[in-house]
Design a protein around this ligand. Structure first.
Ligand code: KG4
Ligand code: ZN
Length: 332
């Protein structure tokens, strides 16, 4: 659960996050019912915390932005209902934000000198996609994963290697002591044209390697497998982003979503940027993983464009970018 107070869509006055790792850790993954119950328990406290940190009273709030989808509907509904009630009570507009448009907004929030058009690479636990981001129209999808998301692959491989939950950060820490050349895992989609990704084959290759070794893995083996997986997972992200920039004739890239916190991805994309002469914007790690400041920033832009939604605003588990069913003019 997260709540933030943002001024003018660009200054973060407060950004409060209450993680749920402890709730889900015993199960090794997110349990939807527990997630929504925890949201319901914490929403009013987290919102209160953000207001207090910002030193802002409720009456000073000009609008409320809430994530409307995609995501787990039970959790989305908690934030949505709270946001709508708050907006109603304050007599201010409420606006529904697409989760990925929030992630893309985190880049301009972190670096206001980044202006569209630019290429956006979204890498999270649920998404792996390249967008062309435009000023006043919805982002255009260039390519996406055909199966697992890259963050999901990090999490699943971490679990295979017996690392702590959540897996992505634990895996990249373990990889720091390993040899990335230890095992030559496949680098999915690297040699294919187009901008699609695929991560389930890489995950399976790691699973087979773990199975082949049979015994309990030694710490050094875990480090080598983690490092070998990580270079294979990162390579297609760098290659496809470069190709998308070249094809679009653009020289600015935003890398957003939880996996954008990954150190190897930052290093390798930074090297590619220096070689090819483009600018790579990575928000600070706290703005990469899910947060409310990015939703407030995206919502401010929508409100400025005259978009506001009614109290019938609903949440949706699956929503394509640019075709949100809650947007004005959408049918159904
Ligand atoms: O954007 P996010 O917070 O939530 C979703 O919208 O999915 O992304 C979470 C994902 C998880 O899969 C997590 O393991 C991954 O981001 N992640 C990382 C790192 N930090 C978070 N993956 C690799 N390296 C990291 N340092
Ligand atoms: Zn996310």
């Amino acid at each position: 659960m997260a709540a933030a107070v943002v001024r003018d869509g660009s200054a973060i006055l407060a950004s409060a996050i209450r993680g749920q790792a402890q709730v889900h850790r015993p199960y090794g993954g997110v349990v939807p019912e527990l997630a929504s119950r925890d949201h319901a328990r914490s929403v009013s406290e987290v919102v209160g915390q953000a207001l207090e940190e910002a030193g802002v009273s409720l009456e000073q709030i000009d609008g409320v932005a809430v994530t409307a989808g995609p995501g787990l509907v039970g959790s989305l509904l908690v934030g949505l209902s709270f946001g709508k009630a708050l907006a109603y009570r304050l007599g201010v507009p409420v606006v529904g934000v697409h989760h990925l448009e929030g992630h893309l907004a985190s880049a301009t929030l972190a670096d206001p000198s980044l202006v569209a058009p630019f290429i956006g690479l979204v890498v999270s636990g649920g998404h792996t996609a390249l967008y062309r981001v435009e000023e006043e129209v919805a982002p255009v999808l260039l390519g996406e994963t055909r199966d697992d998301a890259v963050g999901e692959a990090f999490d699943k491989v971490a679990k295979l290697l017996g690392l702590d939950y959540p897996g992505g950060p634990a895996l990249s820490r373990a990889a720091e002591h390993g040899d990335p050349g230890a095992v030559a895992f496949p680098r999915p989609m690297l040699d294919r044209p187009g901008f699609d990704f695929s991560y389930s084959g890489l995950k399976t290759a790691v699973a087979l390697e773990v199975e082949r070794r049979g015994v309990t893995l030694a710490e050094a083996e875990v480090a080598d497998l983690a490092a070998s997986f990580q270079v294979a997972a990162v390579a297609p992200l760098v290659a496809k982003a470069r190709a998308a920039l070249a094809q679009a004739g653009l020289d600015a890239l935003a890398v957003v979503g939880g996996v954008a916190a990954n150190r190897l991805l930052r290093e390798q994309m930074g090297r590619a940027a220096a070689e090819d002469g483009f600018r790579a914007v990575f928000p600070p790690p706290g703005l990469c993983t899910d947060n409310a400041a990015m939703i407030a920033a995206a919502g401010t832009r929508l409100l400025a464009q005259g978009e506001a939604h009614g109290l019938d605003l609903n949440s949706f588990s699956r929503v394509p970018v640019g075709a949100a069913p809650w947007a004005p003019g959408a049918s159904g």
